[in-house]
Design a protein around this ligand. Structure first.
Ligand code: ADP
Length: 462
């Protein structure tokens, strides 16, 4: 089986969130299952955490490798991609994102013919690649080379849809007829993801619970109707985690490697992390860690409403690593100034520090308002760090009171109560160690989920 996978970010080449983790890890397991996979993504200026050698291939394509023999085509276009950000900068999203990603989609399709790689399946991820199924069924329909290729669109986060002013529609090169309610039109604007939802052969999202949620008005972000129409073709597959990359026993970023059987060394990591983040070094104080985009989605409103009270009344510490909305940067800076011994605001994207937090924190905080899958909680469990989450999407599918702390109503009161119960639980050393042991015992590697993707691919081919 041949699969061509398109994603706008892929570990280790570029990453802003979980999409990159998935697009970097899934191909590796597919390869182990005998699937022939190749990838294409834009060649950005930054190549965060880039550890792979890049070779020239043609004037506008670089070639890199992943796994044993996975070719990764990096599509160059300096006008569009030679920038510091992937999707935007401090001023917001880049204003030419429609052009940038429609170019990437068309270039990826043309590339297939140039390299004579005819995949059985084109696996697209999120709105940045959602034009691929649209183009395939319209502009490329008459070309024999493309006619048997099937498409799968994976939705990693429905709240990002690629919505643009209708004046931009002609730039897509599509028939004007497609700008209507049964096509890419969405309240007088162009909606790229909607196009992908309509034109893909199959759809999936990244957890079973989220697959149900997005068909409802509450969580469908305006696309619930279109998704409901395609409900037979829409499934949910929980993301896996790359257990090679995220392994407390082999992790070279953390202060001291450890495993379930040497979990006492987790506390060496805690102490060093407290030192690095300039918190007071105390073992008996529970240390909460958060590694997240600082946005409304990730529950930052709950942090804003309750953190000061919690810091005043409870014996706790917290380190927050993230970038996002300026209002949350300011809030965290202010709190860190007021409570320097107990709150550390790390406003940046820092892969190494992220690993240290997963390892050194006692409790991983992830109170997302909605969460398609979430990798943070899975990484935390892998590092023996029980997560504290809101019961939604992928968090509901992975965290329970067996391995962490869950609140069921998205309110300040429920959140505070759950933080307090986690702090109370931490006081009983013996019980706490049992919880840590339990956290270690979960396995969210790709093993099971890769099998489900292969089944989905087979369904496409039949
Ligand atoms: P998202 O919705 O952002 O994709 P996920 O939980 O699925 O959320 O994945 C987030 C990924 O990005 C995780 O690997 C997490 O460790 C990483 N991450 C998020 N923010 C930062 C940061 N500031 N520095 C380093 N890594 C980060």
């Amino acid at each position: 089986m041949k699969v061509f996978m398109c994603a706008s970010e892929i570990v280790p080449f570029a990453k802003t969130g979980g999409l990159a983790d998935v697009a970097g890890a899934l191909p590796l397991v597919l390869e182990k299952h005998g699937v022939e996979v190749r990838l294409a993504m834009p060649r950005y200026k930054i190549a965060a955490g880039h550890r792979s050698e890049v070779l020239g291939f043609s004037s506008d394509i670089d070639l890199a490798a992943l796994g044993k023999n996975i070719q990764v085509y990096l599509i160059k276009n300096d006008k569009y991609f030679d920038r510091d950000g992937l999707y935007g900068d401090k001023a917001g999203d880049y204003t030419d994102n429609l052009e940038r990603f429609s170019f990437y989609c068309r270039r990826s399709l043309d590339l297939l013919k140039e390299i004579n790689f005819k995949p059985d399946i084109l696996h697209c991820h999120d709105w940045q690649t959602a034009l691929i199924p649209v183009y395939l069924k319209t502009l490329y329909q008459k070309d024999d080379f493309y006619k048997d290729i099937k498409t799968l669109l994976t939705i990693h986060n429905l709240s990002f849809q690629g919505v643009f002013n209708k004046d931009e529609f002609p730039k897509l090169g599509l028939d004007r007829q497609l700008f209507n309610i049964d096509g890419l039109e969405f309240y007088h604007k162009v909606n790229i993801l909607k196009g992908g939802v309509i034109f893909s052969d199959l759809l999936n999202t990244v957890s079973p619970t989220y697959a149900g949620e997005i068909k409802t008005q509450e969580s469908g972000c305006g696309l619930e109707g279109v998704l409901h129409k395609r409900k037979k073709d829409l499934s949910g597959i929980l993301n896996g985690l790359d257990y090679e990359l995220w392994d407390p026993q082999k992790d070279t970023y953390i202060y001291k490697p450890y495993s379930a059987s040497t979990s006492i060394d987790k506390y060496v990591n805690k102490k060093m992390l407290q030192e690095e983040c300039r918190l007071s070094v105390q073992e008996d104080i529970p240390l909460f860690g958060m590694v997240s985009r600082l946005s409304h989605q990730k529950g930052l409103d709950l942090i804003a409403q309750s953190m000061e009270d919690l810091l005043r009344h409870c014996k706790m510490q917290i380190i927050v690593l993230g970038v996002g909305d300026a209002k949350y940067h300011n809030l965290l800076f202010e709190l860190a100034q007021k409570y320097p011994a107990n709150l550390s605001a790390q406003i940046k994207f820092d892969e190494a520090l992220a690993h240290k937090i997963y390892a050194g924190a006692d409790i991983f905080l992830m109170p997302s308002r909605f969460e398609p899958c979430g990798l943070g909680q899975m990484i935390a469990l892998r590092y023996g760090t029980p997560p504290l989450v809101f019961k939604t999407g992928g968090l509901a599918d992975t965290v329970s009171k067996e391995n962490g702390f869950v609140f069921k109503k998205y309110t300040k009161e429920a959140f505070v109560k759950t933080v307090e119960s986690a702090i109370a639980a931490y006081r009983s050393k013996r019980k706490w160690m049992e919880l840590v042991k339990k956290a270690f015992s979960y396995n969210f590697s790709w093993k099971k989920s890769a099998g489900e993707y292969i089944k989905l691919y087979q369904k496409l081919l039949n």
